[in-house]
Write a protein that binds this ligand. Structure first.
Ligand SMILES: NC(=O)c1ccc[n+]([C@@H]2O[C@H](COP(=O)([O-])OP(=O)(O)OC[C@H]3O[C@@H](n4cnc5c(N)ncnc54)[C@H](OP(=O)(O)O)[C@@H]3O)[C@@H](O)[C@H]2O)c1
Length: 329
C-alpha cells in the first residue's frame, strides 16, 4: 500500500439513528484506488445537512450498512489507480464525490470528480465547495434560469449553500437579496455577494423585502426552508418568478391560486438528479470562479473528526449559521 500502513481512522455508521451512531474507528482498512480512481489523504471534509438525514435513516437514499459518511473533501493525492494521468501523488485537490466516504483519514474518488485545489484556497475552503456550490449553481441557472439584471432572494443565505448562491449570483450580474437569522450572519453575507440583507427572525421582514423589491417583486427565490416560507415566497415573486426549493424539512399549506396571477413556478432542486454533463457545466463555472477570485468559501464551525457526533447535532439543531461547517481530519 502506497501509505505504508493498511489501516486508518474512519467514522462508521452500522445502524441508522441519532448522532451517537457515528463511531470513530481506528482500524478501518484503507480503500484501494481502482481503475480511474485516486486515493486522497483527507485534510478537511464538509459536513452537509443531507448527511444527518441519511444517518438518521429518514432520507430516501439509504446506503448499505456499514458506511462512512461524507462526500466533499479536500486533501492531497496519495496514490492513483490505473489510467489516471491528470493527478500524481502530492497534488492538492478537492472533490464532491468520494466513493468510500469523506469522514476518514483517506478516501477514494473517481478521478473525474476530483479537481485541483487552487493555492488561493486552503483545505477547509476546498472542503466547503462540493455540494453547496454545485447546488447553488444548479438552483440559480440550470433550474432557475436566472439572468443578469434579475433579482434573486437567497432565503437562508448564511449557511453553506446560501453564501455560495450569493457569491455566484453577484458574480453573474444579479441583484442579490438575502436573509439570515443573526446580525453577524447578515454581515458575513453582505461581504459575500449580497446587496441587501434581511433578518428572517424579525416579524415584519417579509414586508421589508416587499418594500425593498418594489411592486415588481423578486425574479428568483433560492429557498432553504420551504416548509416555513413557501406560502410567503409566492407573495414576493415578480411576474414569471420562480421559487427554487433547495431545502425543506416538512409539509406546508399553500394556496395554488397564488401561483396563477403572476404565472409563478415552484421548482424542486436536487443535485443528485444532475447528469454528468450538467455537473461538468457546474464544475467549469465554479473552477472559473476560483480562478477569477470571486469563489471564496466562508468556513464556519470547525470540528475535529473525534467530535463528529457533536458536529451533526450542531448542524441540524442550531440557528445562526456563519458559513460552512467542516471536519478537520
Ligand atoms: N436540494 C439539494 O440538492 C440540496 C443540496 C444541498 C443542501 N440542501 C438543503 O438546503 C438547506 C440548506 O443547506 P446548507 O448546507 O446551506 O445548510 P446550513 O449551512 O445549515 O444553513 C442553513 C441555512 O438556513 C437558514 N435558515 C434558518 N431558518 C430559516 C428561515 N426561517 N428561513 C430561511 N432560512 C432559514 C439559516 O440561517 P440562520 O442560521 O442565520 O438563521 C442558514 O442560512 C438544507 O435543508 C439542506 O438539506 C439541498
Amino acid at each position: 500500500m502506497a501509505t505504508g500502513r493498511n489501516v486508518m481512522r474512519a467514522v462508521r455508521v452500522s445502524e441508522f439513528g441519532g448522532p451517537e451512531v457515528l463511531k470513530l474507528l481506528s482500524d478501518v482498512l484503507l480503500p484501494n484506488p481502482k481503475e480511474n480512481q485516486v486515493l486522497i489523504k483527507v485534510h478537511a471534509c464538509g459536513v452537509n445537512p443531507v448527511e444527518t438525514y441519511i444517518r438518521s435513516g429518514t432520507h430516501a437514499r439509504k446506503p448499505a450498512l456499514p458506511y462512512t459518511p461524507g462526500t466533499d473533501v479536500a486533501g492531497v493525492i496519495e496514490a492513483v489507480g490505473e489510467h489516471v494521468t491528470v493527478f500524481k501523488k502530492g497534488d492538492r485537490v478537492f472533490t464532491n464525490g468520494t466513493i468510500s466516504g469523506g469522514y476518514a483519514d483517506y478516501t477514494v474518488a473517481a478521478a473525474d470528480t476530483v479537481f485541483p485545489l487552487s493555492d488561493k484556497l486552503d483545505f477547509k475552503q476546498g472542503a466547503a465547495i462540493g455540494i453547496p456550490y454545485f447546488t447553488a449553481y444548479r438552483a440559480l441557472f440550470q433550474k432557475g434560469h436566472a439572468k443578469p439584471g434579475e433579482t434573486v432572494l437567497v432565503h437562508g443565505a448564511s449557511g453553506g449553500v446560501g453564501i455560495a448562491a450569493c457569491q455566484i449570483a453577484r458574480a453573474y450580474g444579479l441583484k442579490v437579496l438575502g436573509t439570515a437569522g443573526t446580525e453577524e450572519g447578515m454581515n458575513i453575507v453582505l461581504r459575500n455577494g449580497a446587496h441587501k440583507m434581511f433578518n428572517h427572525r424579525e416579524a415584519d421582514y417579509v414586508d421589508k423585502i416587499k418594500e425593498f423589491s418594489d411592486v415588481r417583486g423578486v425574479d428568483v427565490i433560492i429557498e432553504m426552508l420551504a416548509n416555513v416560507n413557501l406560502a410567503t415566497d409566492l407573495q414576493l415573486l415578480s411576474p414569471g418568478g420562480r421559487v427554487m426549493i433547495v431545502g425543506s424539512r416538512g409539509p406546508i399549506e399553500i394556496n395554488p391560486r397564488d401561483t396563477m396571477m403572476k404565472e409563478s413556478s415552484i421548482i424542486g432542486v436536487s443535485l443528485f438528479c444532475a447528469t454528468k454533463k450538467l455537473m461538468h457545466e457546474c464544475e467549469t463555472a465554479l473552477l472559473a470562479g476560483i480562478e477569477a477570485g470571486w469563489l471564496k468559501p466562508v468556513v464556519g464551525p470547525e470540528y475535529p473528526l473525534e467530535k463528529v457526533a457533536k458536529a451533526h447535532e450542531h448542524l441540524i439543531n442550531s440557528s445562526g449559521a456563519l458559513g460552512k461547517m467542516v471536519l478537520l481530519i
